[in-house]
Design a binder for this molecule. Structure first.
Ligand code: KG4
Ligand code: ZN
Length: 344
């Protein structure tokens, strides 16, 4: 194999158009075009998202090539998100990537979005540890679309140990945030307002779910009912207690996630934990995991740098690179899928 492999990664599974160019494991450029339009609707509107990806994808690719300071003929392969995600946005990315692959006569590599969140830790200096996790490890994916504990035996040997039975953790944070009057995405707003709050002020009941599965819908309803009840007594309740409410919600969510991870550790005997996905950028939740690791000397926690937590093209490019090295190429006839499929 050539010494230098250059891969372009295209992410378009939800509301952000992400394009990144990596050379081996080093990121040369990582462009993200956010779609702000959804904030006023309280969630992503699929049709609007598809149109904006279509409008922005060429611009994002051009910017990624220019800021990587390469010529497009130097690109060895194109990788893109095949699923899971919103089908319209995925089709935009897939069509672009296929045309790019045909036009430049370079291989096409398809990427599972959830797998890519985990594999983002194999980008050079992608986590605060500045090291690659050794196998096996337990991956905790916490995003807007997924919440899973995954046993990672190797790059492409992943086994799901637990998943959410209803809402994902990010989805429940976004829905709760909406009740509090925040725009979409609400997770970062909850973090922002929780800064000076008392995280023990309000206690919410935690879901009782067997094994390593999660459930966040009951938690969301519990918070929602509590807020309605308090508002009936005092219409200014949310306004007067916003920081404490946000801090208490954030802390409860962190504890729910941590309890399952502790259970997964005792079931598997694996003490290496890798956090991934948008919610892993939350400082309260990061702190909770870090203090847990300080109490337990055997434990190693890998926390992604902020730019690799939420959706980005670099995680698609690194997964593409790892597939390229194993010659796991795909045909242009492959079609995107919206629902999660088991890892192949
Ligand atoms: O991984 P991601 O960018 O997209 C999916 O794959 O779904 O995750 C997006 C989710 C949203 O629900 C958003 O509210 C949440 O991540 N999120 C956060 C924070 N930043 C993003 N949740 C809590 N605190 C944050 N700082
Ligand atoms: Zn994601």
């Amino acid at each position: 194999m050539k010494k230098k492999t250059i891969i372009i990664g295209i992410e378009s599974s939800c509301d952000d158009t992400g394009v990144s160019i990596i050379q081996n494991r080093k990121v040369l450029s990582n462009i993200i075009i956010h779609q702000k339009i959804h904030s006023k609707y309280g969630g992503v509107v699929p049709e609007l998202a598809s149109r904006l990806h279509d409008k922005n994808i060429t611009k994002a690719v051009q910017k990624a090539i220019v800021s990587a300071k390469i010529h497009r003929d130097e690109i060895d392969a194109v990788s893109f998100t095949l699923g899971p995600g919103l089908i319209g946005p995925l089709l935009v990315g897939a069509s672009f990537a296929k045309s790019f692959s045909m036009g430049l006569e370079i291989p096409l590599l398809t990427v599972n979005h959830v797998q890519a969140h985990i594999l983002s830790h194999f980008i050079q200096n992608a986590n605060i540890n500045n090291s690659y996790p050794k196998f096996p490890f337990l991956g905790l994916v916490m995003s807007g679309g997924h919440t899973q504990i995954i046993k990672v035996n190797d790059f492409f040997k992943m086994e799901i140990l637990g998943s959410t039975l209803d809402d994902s953790v990010g989805e429940s944070l976004d829905k709760i945030a909406r009740i509090l009057g925040f725009y979409y995405p609400g997770g970062p707003m909850i973090e922002c307002f929780s800064k000076n709050g008392n995280k023990k002020k309000f206690l919410f009941s935690k879901p009782i779910v067997s094994g390593l599965d999660f459930s966040f819908s009951g938690f969301k309803n519990n918070v929602s009912q509590f807020i309605k009840k308090e508002l009936n007594k005092n219409t200014l309740f949310v306004k007067q207690n916003l920081s404490d409410i946000c801090a208490s919600i954030q802390n409860s969510i962190g504890e729910i996630l941590l309890e399952k991870v502790e259970k997964a550790i005792s079931q598997t005997g694996i003490f290496r934990i890798v956090l991934a996905g948008g919610v892993s950028s939350n400082h309260g939740i990061r702190r909770l995991f870090l203090s847990f690791s300080k109490e337990n000397k055997k434990l190693e926690i890998f926390i992604p740098k902020k730019e690799y937590t939420t959706d980005n093209g670099a995680m698609i490019a690194i997964t593409g690179l790892l597939k390229y090295e194993r010659k796991l190429f795909d045909s242009i006839h492959i079609t995107p899928y919206s629902k999660f499929k088991t890892f192949s």
